[in-house]
Design a protein around this ligand. Sequence first.
Ligand SMILES: Cc1cc2nc3c(=O)[nH]c(=O)nc-3n(C[C@H](O)[C@H](O)[C@H](O)COP(=O)(O)OP(=O)(O)OC[C@H]3O[C@@H](n4cnc5c(N)ncnc54)[C@H](O)[C@@H]3O)c2cc1C
Length: 408
Amino acid sequence: MANTPNVTIIGAGPAGLMAADVLSTQAISVDIYDAMPSFGRKFLMAGKSGLNISHSEDQAAFLTRYTPHTPLADYVSKFGAPDIMDWMSGLGIEAFVGSSGRIFPKQMKASPLLRALLNRLQERGVRFHTRYRWTGWSSNTALTFQTPDGRVEKKSSAMLLALGGASWKRLGSDGAWTELLSGKGVALAPFRPSNCGFSVNWTAYMSDRFAGAPVKSVRLRVKNQPQLQTRSEFVITKTGVESGGIYRLSAALVAALSEARPATLVIDLLPDLSEDAVLTRLQRPRGKASLSKHLNRTLNLSGVKLALLYELTDSTQRADAWRLAQQIKALKLPLVAPAPMDDAISTSGGVRWEALDEQLMLRDLPAVFCAGEMIDWDAPTGGYLITACLATGVAAAEGITDWLSMER
Ligand SMILES: Cc1cc2nc3c(=O)[nH]c(=O)nc-3n(C[C@H](O)[C@H](O)[C@H](O)COP(=O)(O)OP(=O)(O)OC[C@H]3O[C@@H](n4cnc5c(N)ncnc54)[C@H](O)[C@@H]3O)c2cc1C
């Protein structure tokens, strides 16, 4: 078909693959390129501990999860959790809603979904190119790629960049694309780790004895920000804390640390008991029992929770039942710095919203669209990340279709 427009998609993660899925239903020829030897590596990694693809909470609550004052909510309102479940079902993948409201594929893993999607794309004639690293534009406006066979140039009617953020470089998302776009004058926000762990100045006892230990059933909040709290668990690492509840609060903590403000996590070790109830139990006769034994007997505090209490209080605080009850309900853990960005589940930063029009086309580079984590937004874990990647993939594909129809 001589007049069939050709679209180049660069980046085969959830955003790029979703755009390919939408575009491949049109009279458009689609090529998708990725620097890695196979597609969807980070998506597969996301499925390792259960692919949490979206969340079933009502839409008003859902939209509050995303960085406020960005247009992202518009895209997620148009393609959200119910659409994702329908889309999965169309690929033969059944979804289920877990007790926390999170949505997963029934098989939990990402591989059956990725396989079904890649099969459908191939059946529809989408051409796959692995080991093609996009390196920019040649002087005559063609795209340039570094490939195992050397430098290659390609022309296309429109292109979608879905290059991901800047964490887990070994899976392909290395953020190296920022140089290519800033060279063209595209406004970019610096990358920041998100959904990340933090370093803590643990004593040797704490890091040697408790690295890897989960701290279960606690309530976590950020000091001086009472609205930011979560009932969850987290994990002690050799050098700090990570996982679940920590990720959920990480945006505020990273923001504080990047402005050189202190970032303190406040831990309620016994969220099911009021401070009064804790005090009443602490005041029960102790006899000759040590304090640890008394804490264990009266409040069931032992193991890592007890170690945290001793790590973060001094002997004067522990000597007084009233002050000890306060500490048990609001133990303060000063955080030193975010863990290295490459270890973060996601990154914020990237292409600034003002560089994009409503259809996700770069204002200064006509026919070049963006989608996914490479755009400057943030969200906690809970399925919100992949939802936003898929939603912007759909929006950019629709933008490309409109653009091509105007150009014809
Ligand atoms: C351990 C882990 C667990 C996670 N779990 C979840 C979860 O359960 N739920 C959730 O919502 N999110 C989760 N995430 C986050 C989620 O995986 C990402 O937000 C999502 O993959 C981003 O999608 P994307 O399409 O924007 O980019 P990516 O998936 O990062 O894909 C970008 C692609 O672009 C390619 N690329 C980059 N530069 C170039 C170039 N110059 N030339 C060619 N190709 C290039 C890369 O190779 C890569 O394949 C998890 C992440 C990690 C690391």
